[in-house]
Design a protein around this ligand. Structure first.
Ligand SMILES: Cc1cc2nc3c(=O)[nH]c(=O)nc-3n(C[C@H](O)[C@H](O)[C@H](O)COP(=O)(O)O)c2cc1C
Length: 334
């Protein structure tokens, strides 16, 4: 299959994966506002292989979302091999491997960011995913994770899958990329925060610049990009091919258009209330169409994010988090 990554316009603006947030309705909104590529929320590779109905529903997508990348997690190369085949038959454009999730429920089973402690296993997983289908494979990693003595010993003994060194107690994104760069993965998104500072604190963008020196394929910078100005700054600083936007799109799917405009002209527009209201209603109707009344429950937090910081927001938010129908949304907004 064609490597769609190399056909995307640069800089690439990606909607980063967010469990419980990047459902099809939200992804479609971001796509409408200019996201070049969008990631699903993460899905278990094992669950896909065992044909779990809920998992299939979780990653359902609309054709207009393309190019859409399905993100999967797990720790068994064979499950990755099998699940990418399934994703290919489901029509996804790409598959992304989660090496960055710090959530206990993922880490305790040896998935997500805990895999960064074992670059050899990461390489085996990437290799299996690349061999399993023709889909372009990408990975999402963190800036670093403390390795611990036991893991350090394990890493130092294994060099046959690529040249890398891990002589310190911390495994960095650089160590991991060194371990997988001989494999035909096409893109890497780096969340520039460590496992030890999961979602807060200043991202370590230096690590992205360092990875840039050894990774010529697609590199996306992620973490703390909440404005067009920040996107420009990070792109210039890291020389990445694009950025991954996560919380910056909460209640602001139009941030992608704003970044595009700012990069092109140094200026961007803010939406007025009428435009925001129409965006919320469009989002509500997509949520209803895609997931029925359940979609409206998932929509509630998005509605609250849209009005955050506005005059009277607390009162409106209190009403929006109880909507059950699109008519409820219309009534509150009018
Ligand atoms: C609610 C939430 C859910 C997330 N779920 C995922 C996920 O499923 N897979 C993943 O790789 N990262 C996930 N992330 C991490 C984001 O993709 C991103 O790396 C992180 O939020 C940093 O970017 P930001 O500072 O722009 O928010 C999640 C983040 C949040 C806040």
């Amino acid at each position: 299959m064609e490597n769609f990554w190399s056909n995307l316009p640069k800089p690439i603006l990606a909607l980063a994966p967010m469990a419980g947030v990047t459902d099809t309705a939200f992804r479609q909104m971001c796509k409408r506002f200019g996201a070049d590529v969008i990631y699903t929320e993460f899905a278990s590779a094992n669950a896909l292989v065992y044909d779990n109905k809920k998992t299939r529903e979780l990653i359902a997508y609309a054709p207009e979302e393309q190019p859409v990348v399905c993100q999967i997690f797990g720790n068994d190369p064979e499950m990755f091999f099998k699940s990418v085949k399934i994703l290919e038959t489901m029509g996804f454009t790409g598959v992304d491997i989660n090496f960055g999730c710090p959530a206990y429920k993922v880490v305790k089973h040896g998935g997500g960011v805990s895999l960064m402690k074992n670059p050899k296993l990461c390489a085996e997983i990437v290799q299996a995913a690349c061999a399993g289908s023709g889909l372009p494979v990408s990975i999402k990693i963190r800036a670093s994770i403390k390795a611990g003595q036991d893991t350090k010993d394990k890493i130092e003994g294994d060099n046959e899958l690529g040249k890398y060194e891990c002589a310190v107690d911390v495994v960095t994104a650089l160590d991991l990329v060194n371990a997988i760069r001989h494999l035909p993965a096409q893109a890497i998104m780096i969340h520039a925060r460590s496992f030890e500072q999961p979602f807060d604190g200043e991202p370590n963008v230096d690590i992205i610049s360092q990875v840039r020196t050894i990774w010529p394929r697609i590199l996306l910078a992620n973490g703390g990009i909440y404005s067009p100005e920040k996107a420009k700054e990070i792109l210039e600083q890291t020389k990445a091919d694009g950025v991954g936007i996560a919380r910056g799109a909460w209640g602001r799917p139009w941030i992608f258009q704003q970044i595009k405009d700012y990069l092109a002209s140094g200026q961007y527009q803010h939406l007025d209330w009428e435009e925001i209201k129409n965006t919320m209603l469009k989002h509500a109707s997509l949520a209803l169409t895609s997931k029925g009344t359940h979609g409206l429950l998932d929509l509630r937090k998005h509605l609250a994010w849209y009005v955050k910081g506005m005059p009277g927001a607390a009162e409106t938010r209190a009403k929006l988090v109880h909507v059950n129908t699109v008519a409820d949304v219309v009534k509150i907004l009018s």
